[in-house]
Write a protein that binds this ligand. Sequence first.
Ligand code: AMP
Ligand code: GLY
Length: 427
Amino acid sequence: MRILVIGGGGREHAIIRKIKENPEVSAIYALPGNGGIAADAYCVDVKATDLEGIKAFAAGHPVDYAVVAPDDPLAAGCVDMLEGMGIPCFGPRANAAIIEASKVFAKDLMKKYGIPTARYETFDDMGKALAYLEDAPIPTVIKADGLALGKGVIIAQTREEARAAVVSMMQDKQFGKSGERIVIEEFLEGPEVSVLSFTDGKTIVPMVSSMDHKRIGDGDTGLNTGGMGTIAPNPYYTPAIAKRCMDEIFLPTVAAMNAEGRPFKGCLYFGLMICQDGPKVIEYNCRFGDPETQVVLPLLESDLLTVMRAVTEERLDETEVKFADKSACCVILASGGYPGAYPKGFPMDIPADVLPHTYVAGAAMKDGQLVTAGGRVLGVTAVADDLPKAIEEAYEMAGRVRFEGAYKRNDIGARALQALGSKQTEE
Ligand code: AMP
Ligand code: GLY
């Protein structure tokens, strides 16, 4: 089988490595892939958002199955387009990808179907939004409606900050059209859990839970990033919480999308907050998370391509999806300066024994040498029998990857370890 994978980050690298384990796979094309992915797939210089380019490539090459990984092409209808060409795909159609592409849609869906989430109001008029803020509880959370490269959420600690966020989105158009409508919502507190799931629109199978670390600095300080590291499973996701999530969130969401005539097929990602009064949805994503995928897929024991094809063919109910009873930790190495401006083009040295555990996000091949080419450069994932070992091994390996200015957080998994510690004391 010849597989087309749309995307070019660490998440796509993890997906490609796992798909490659299937002996029926004879070729993988990555559009655009990256310098590191080139070791595992044929990379073709077509952007993930270039639907015309993707169409031309798919028309000219023998593609048996496609995986569309990033949010933008999903929201733009890449799956609809490829299916129209007779290519079966993993990923939702545009009418279901809206669950991520419009926060107003997602919030209204949750309200209509009683799915727990933060209380909110939506606005398309700046004056009304500013008037509402006059006596809104502080802190408050301002969200641009549309996709904003993960940057469209502002937690305002003061009324002044809240006003500034509204003005920058609605008047200064900081996120372009994405900010023409906004959501202002209640600030929630509690540990966050990411749950990725496979769903074919009838059955939903949650994957092992995980925890992202979004801030740039140790102790969750500093600016937001695309994610500086992950661990799985997430100790806050207890069996009791998992049951509540299934009954109150996962199954109702699948049913709600069907009731709206927007059946969701693919990977549905639940960003959850475990609040005092139970789990609530912070966000939906219509795709695998990054860097969650880099800890979740290494723990998958079942064959990924088999599961993906079962989703496409709506046979998930008869397909085994099994995860190892182990732990994983992924430490991201970023370019110095990220998430601000950063220099690139530095040669990278990845020891041979670390390479199979490395998922490359932002690197290019230049004169036969891998060089840095992005903010988040790569992630190193260790799988071990328990979380402390996984963390130790991930840091040991990440410490041996070299490029100028390499930056990493030093506390990936620390909060999870604390939670595990307090759980054991309670027991
Ligand atoms: P999102 O882009 O929707 O994932 O939001 C980014 C981050 O903002 C989340 O991972 C949370 O840490 C935080 N966040 C979003 N919504 C809320 C909320 N209502 N209350 C508290 N934190 C939030
Ligand atoms: N790690 C969060 C995301 O993929 O959006």
